[in-house]
Ligand binder design. Sequence first.
Ligand code: MLT
Length: 269
Amino acid sequence: MNSISFLAQHGHLISVTAAGTGPTIMLLHGFPLDHRMWLSQLATLSKTHHVIAPDFRGFGGSSLSESSYSLSDLADDVELVRQHLAPERPISLIGLSMGGYVAFEYWQRHGQHLSSLVLVSTKPTADSEAARESRYAMAAQAEKLGTWPAVAGMLEKLLSPELLAQGDEIVRATQQMMRDGRPEAIAAAQQAMAIRQDFTRHLPEIAIPTLILTGQHDKIAPPDETARWSAKIPNSHFDCLTGVAHLSPLETPVEFNQRVLSFLPSSQG
Ligand code: MLT
């Protein structure tokens, strides 16, 4: 596994972890996490693919940009990474939750470079007014009290109750990622997600093969809602991973990786 950093146009560093050779898969992490949520995918998918996992601004090894950003700026960061590391052939993009919001933006801005999409525990809708308010409250709390007091309440939504009760390595690793996010990064990401656009009306325009996954117990992207919007994407397949919540790549990596690998050969030559 290699770590590489790029200097983006606006002066921030984008850190990327990459492994393997073959058709390229780019992995976009959720909030408030970083590329480490994909360690199992970096290890397994890289046996047959070139796997790239960037860190969004302010998370993992990436620095925060001086000015505020939108999710379309993050999609442009992803495009910069693609141009440097996988310029030749269209790539598969896998985005979880916030990473899925950025994947929608990438599809709209740079879709000609995509061979397929995997949208995990995410949604195409914009925030309600109440959801937006709670994002601004979390942003203010992070800046005032620090990262952990602001994000701790999310843990129970990210992982299944069984896993949390066991308190095993996955719980510790998730908590560590959550603690490592800098307060300014937490605030900036919440502000960017709060103003994201609604992609619902564009779903019928997504023509590439698309796999949509969520967890049986996911409260952020519940299976029934996810099945409903998935059906609007013409060339799509929806699947629900049993026994897990929001972070299926971490909670059930073997099943997750199998789903992705059995989907990809049909969409990558
Ligand atoms: C995530 O997992 O990225 C977040 O739950 C997304 C969100 O806050 O909407």
